[in-house]
Every structure is written in structure tokens, then in C-alpha cells.
Design a protein around this ligand. Structure first.
Ligand code: NAD
Ligand code: HSO
Ligand code: ZN
Length: 436
């Protein structure tokens, strides 16, 4: 069950263990399995995809069945309720509005002597989106990955997701894909799907950047193909860290911890509180809410292995421990959340106040729910339009500007023993191009 820790050194060591849970031996020994899967798909293409789909997803498909057809997409709209369709559409609008707020814009700056410098942003040609499908179906993840790609201007948005019984895909996932502007969908999951997107197969196109969360196989595969393609951050098993003071409601806190624990037996759910009584109440609430939970076994595993309650003296210390953990999601369930925010340095998404459960961010607040996990929030950011864009530096010199730096370039070139570099400048200043 959920453990309470009051001793600081033990709390720190437990936080480190949980943060590193996707780097421990049990996970890293899967690196070799994943490498094998990637190499086999690279060599054998569709044939390997079908074999792995049979082995891991227990579905027998033909190559022709990999791609989802137009009629299947049309049929999906008949299979979702009106209420779910309008929820998907509301979420789509809000996610799109948020991501349109800050699309990187190209810029140039005109300096002295006709030097023009700048950055030109362009989208990647093809994006590959991984939508998890093992333990749950994630229409929200479709929206969170596809909409920023569309807003960034990506022309080909290729989605992969594992097939369910009979090869079927969840209709809400298919509807979300259409609402979000996905251009093609393939029924394949796990490391083999990442390989298909990275290297291409007879059926699945090679893409430029792969985004989206997944289980450890997906996460390790993304890490291994990085360099062949771009990736977003390594978004693995979900995690939440809640900082609470005595003003928080234990029933709310328990629900929020379970809302992440229910994703995966490797999900992490941590409470750091200044109130010892509250800690005890949350532990009991978690037990009660788990009693008739439909995903009780996996959720209990997550709580038992990667759940924790820490009691600390001050909110300042709570913030310090949270910064060390760098959680994917951080809830500030305290009387003055905006004051505490000042102390937070590393977190994927921060939820402030008693009426902001993390689930609103998962579904429809607007900011992206594909976030860095396992401590990656120390250096990485949420998925955004920038994930699907890159920029080129822009440099333009007039003849006058070039001659003003000619001797400096030559000195640097000489120091590096690269005479042609120096000459390429000297020859222009000695013999400028004729004015056209
Ligand atoms: N960070 C985020 O934004 C975010 C959002 C949604 C979900 N998630 C996380 O995504 C994860 C989804 O995991 P999932 O398992 O439900 O779905 P998944 O689609 O990531 O993984 C299922 C695939 O794993 C492969 N697989 C399963 N067992 C295997 C084995 N023994 N060897 C090789 N491959 C194997 C199969 O090919 C299967 O298709 C969860 O951890 C959840 O917390 C994160
Ligand atoms: N909490 C997940 C990100 O870690 C996202 C999600 C999707 N659906 C529900 N939740
Ligand atoms: Zn969630």
C-alpha cells in the first residue's frame, strides 16, 4: 500500500529510486530486445511488422490490413456517441487555440553595413505519431500530438497505434485522428511501430520526427532511433507529484494520485505534504477508492512500487524535493499556489489550486499532455509546435560588410590551418563581384 515517510534522507532516496524506475536493470535489459526488433523491421519491413504484431498483440494481419481504410474511418463516426464527439471537438478547439498562441515565427534583423541576420522556421515534411493502445485507448493523445503538427504546417501526419481484437482500432481514436488532421493511420504498435516510422517499410512511410508517449518498449525504441529521426522528449510511464498543505481535501488528493497510477503499473504517484494528519487520511482514501477500481490490479502495483507520501516541515522543502524529482505533472494543492510557484524550477506541467485536477490538463485545458517523464523535465519541455519545426539561420553580407571582417576571418582561418576558408573571403574583397 501507499507508504508514509517522514525521514528526509529516506524520502530523497525513495524519490531517486522512483525517478530512475525506467532506467533500472529490469528496464535496461529490454534495450537488447528493442534493438533486435528495430533491426529486424529495418531489414524485413512489413513482414517483421506482421510477425511482431502476432507475437506481442496476438493479432494476425496481412500487409494490406495495416493501413486503416476510408470506410473504417467513416464508420467510426457512427460508433461514438454525440456526447463523446462534442467532447473531442471541444478539446480539439481548445488545444488548437492554445498551440496557435505561440507558433515560432521567422525573423530577420538588419544590422550595420547591410548585414542581415535571422532565423527561418519551417515544418518537417512528415511527422509520425505514436498513440498508445495496450492498456487503454487514448483519443486525447491523438489530439495532443496531431494538432501541434497541423498548426506547425506539417503536410503528412502519419499515426500508428496497436491493433485490438480482430485488428480493430478504438473508434474514438479514429474520430479524434480525423478531427485533428491526421493524414494516414496504421495499425501497429510497440517498438516495431517506431522502427517502421524511423526506417520506412513497403507500407509505412519513413518520417522526419516521431512523437508521442508509450510504454517502456516504445520509449526505449524512440531513444534508439534518435538521430535517424528527431523525437520529442522521452515521454514514458505517467507520474504525478502533489504538494499539499492542510487546506487540501484528502478525497481529491487520493483521486488525483490514482488518476495517474491507473495508467500503468510503472506509473508514479507521490504526495508531499506539510500535514501529517492529511497524509494518513489520503492513504486511507486511496485504499477506499481502489476497492472497486476497474483497473485495480495494475493500479495497486503502481501504488505499491511507485507510490509515496512524504511528510515535511515546510512547503519550501516540499518544493526543493519536487525540483529534485522534476515530475511530469505537479499539482500545488496549497492555500497560496501562486506564491509556491516561484520556488518551482523543474516540472512538465504545473496545476495550481484546489480546483485544477491534473485530468483537465490531460484532456482539454489546451496545453499539451505529452510531457517529459523520469526526470527529463530538468532539461526538456512539453510537446509543442516547435517539436515539429526547425529553423535555419539566415546570413547575408554586403560587399562593404564583408571587407570589414575580411582580416578577422583570415586570422581565424590561418589559426585553424584552413587557408581556403580565408581565401574565400579575401578573393571577394580583392575582386568584388560586379554590381548587377
Ligand atoms: N506521457 C504521456 O503524455 C502519456 C499519455 C498517455 C499514455 N502514457 C503512457 O503510455 C503508456 C502506454 O502503455 P501501453 O502498454 O498501454 O500501450 P503502448 O501502445 O505503449 O504499448 C503496447 C505495445 O507494447 C508492445 N509490447 C507489449 N509487451 C511487449 C513485450 N513483452 N515485448 C515487446 N513489445 C511488447 C506491443 O507491441 C504493444 O503493441 C503508459 O505507460 C501510459 O502511462 C503517457
Ligand atoms: N496523464 C497522461 C500523460 O501522462 C495523459 C492522459 C491521456 N489520457 C488520460 N491521461
Ligand atoms: Zn492521465
Amino acid at each position: 500500500m501507499l507508504r508514509i515517510i517522514t525521514e528526509l534522507a529516506e524520502a530523497r532516496s525513495e524519490l531517486r529510486r522512483i525517478c530512475d524506475r525506467t532506467h533500472d536493470e529490469q528496464v535496461t535489459h529490454k534495450e537488447a530486445t528493442v534493438r533486435q526488433i528495430l533491426q529486424t523491421v529495418k531489414r524485413q519491413g512489413d513482414r517483421a511488422l506482421l510477425a511482431y504484431t502476432e507475437e506481442f498483440d496476438k493479432q494476425i494481419l496481412t500487409a494490406e490490413q495495416l493501413r486503416v481504410t476510408g470506410s473504417e474511418l467513416d464508420a467510426a463516426y457512427q460508433q461514438v456517441s454525440k456526447e463523446l464527439l462534442s467532447a473531442i471537438q471541444l478539446a480539439s478547439r481548445q488545444i488548437e487555440e492554445f498551440h496557435r498562441l505561440r507558433v515560432p515565427k521567422s525573423w530577420v534583423q538588419f544590422g550595420d553595413r547591410d548585414v542581415v541576420l535571422g532565423k527561418r522556421y519551417t515544418p518537417v515534411d512528415r511527422a509520425g505519431l505514436y498513440v498508445p493502445g495496450g492498456r487503454a485507448a487514448y483519443p486525447s493523445t491523438v489530439l495532443m500530438n496531431a494538432i501541434p503538427a497541423k498548426v506547425a504546417g506539417v503536410e503528412r501526419i502519419v499515426m500508428v497505434t496497436p491493433p485490438g481484437p480482430g485488428g480493430a482500432l478504438n473508434p474514438a481514436v479514429l474520430v479524434a485522428a480525423q478531427e485533428a488532421g491526421v493524414t494516414e493511420i496504421y495499425r501497429v504498435g510497440g517498438a516495431q511501430a517506431i522502427a517502421a516510422l524511423a526506417y520506412g517499410t513497403e507500407t509505412i512511410p519513413k518520417v522526419d520526427v516521431i512523437t508521442g508517449p508509450g510504454n517502456v518498449y516504445v520509449m526505449l525504441a524512440k531513444g534508439q532511433v534518435y538521430g535517424t529521426v528527431g523525437i520529442d522528449s522521452l515521454a514514458g510511464p505517467s507520474e504525478v507529484l502533489v504538494i499539499a498543505d492542510r487546506t487540501a481535501d484528502p478525497t481529491h488528493l487520493a483521486a488525483d494520485l490514482l488518476a495517474q497510477a491507473e495508467h500503468d503499473p510503472m506509473a508514479a504517484a507521490i504526495l508531499i505534504t506539510t500535514d501529517g494528519d492529511l497524509a494518513g487520511k489520503v492513504v486511507n482514501e486511496v485504499k477506499d477508492q481502489l476497492a472497486d477500481h476497474p483497473r485495480r490490479i495494475d493500479t495497486e502495483k503502481a501504488i505499491a512500487h511507485f507510490g509515496l507520501v512524504i511528510v515535511v516541515e515546510t512547503l519550501e522543502l516540499a518544493a526543493e524535493l519536487s525540483n529534485e524529482f522534476a515530475p511530469e505533472h505537479l499539482e500545488l494543492e496549497v492555500a497560496e499556489p501562486w506564491d509556491l510557484l516561484e520556488r518551482i524550477k523543474h516540472a512538465g506541467a504545473i496545476f495550481l489550486g484546489h480546483s485544477t485536477p491534473e485530468a483537465v490538463g490531460d484532456y482539454l485545458a489546451g496545453p499539451n499532455h505529452t510531457l517529459p517523464t523520469s526526470g527529463a523535465a530538468r532539461y526538456a519541455s512539453p510537446l509543442s509546435t516547435e517539436t515539429f519545426m526547425k529553423h535555419s539561420s539566415i546570413i547575408s553580407y554586403s560587399a562593404g560588410a564583408l571587407s570589414s571582417v575580411s582580416s578577422a576571418v583570415q586570422a581565424l582561418a590561418e589559426a585553424e590551418g584552413l587557408p581556403s576558408h580565408g581565401y574565400s573571403v579575401k578573393v571577394r574583397t580583392d575582386r568584388p563581384s560586379p554590381e548587377r
